[in-house]
Design a protein around this ligand. Sequence first.
Ligand code: 4NP
Length: 161
Amino acid sequence: MINVAFVCLGNICRSPMAELIFKQLVNERGLSLSFNISSCGTSDCEEGNPIYYPAQKTLSAHNIAGSHTARQITYKDIKNNDYILVMDSSNLLDILRLTCGEYGEKIFKLCSFTSRPRDVADPWYTRDFEKAFADIYDGCKCFLDYILKEKSEALGYDKRH
Ligand code: 4NP
């Protein structure tokens, strides 16, 4: 089992988009049983809220279904996941502050797996949900390719049992 948590600030736009996109990509490969995929926010400002409507609408326009309820990250999330994938440098700093610098080896910016490492622009401020979707989709696709190479043995084992 590979445990992956996507993290942004509020957990109502970028990280739930990433969670649902990545679930779909994993599902398309027939690998759902090999992954535990979640998302959360560094802040509690949107705790209990559903996915922000423009983000949900953008997902639907790309035929990606699903829902999510926002929640704040805990120390346990960091300890129990194999990969913590954040959307931008500010999320990265917030998490490292929470862990006092520990667990840095499993915390990555999502788009660092792409051929063009970058932050996912925050659509809360840009209002460009399509651009956020494109960045997140690129990041998720490249991260899955990385995992398929890195963890091919473990994934093959999971598929056989
Ligand atoms: P997210 O977007 O971090 O992608 O979920 C935001 C949601 C809420 C706020 C900022 C960004 N906010 O300031 O309330």
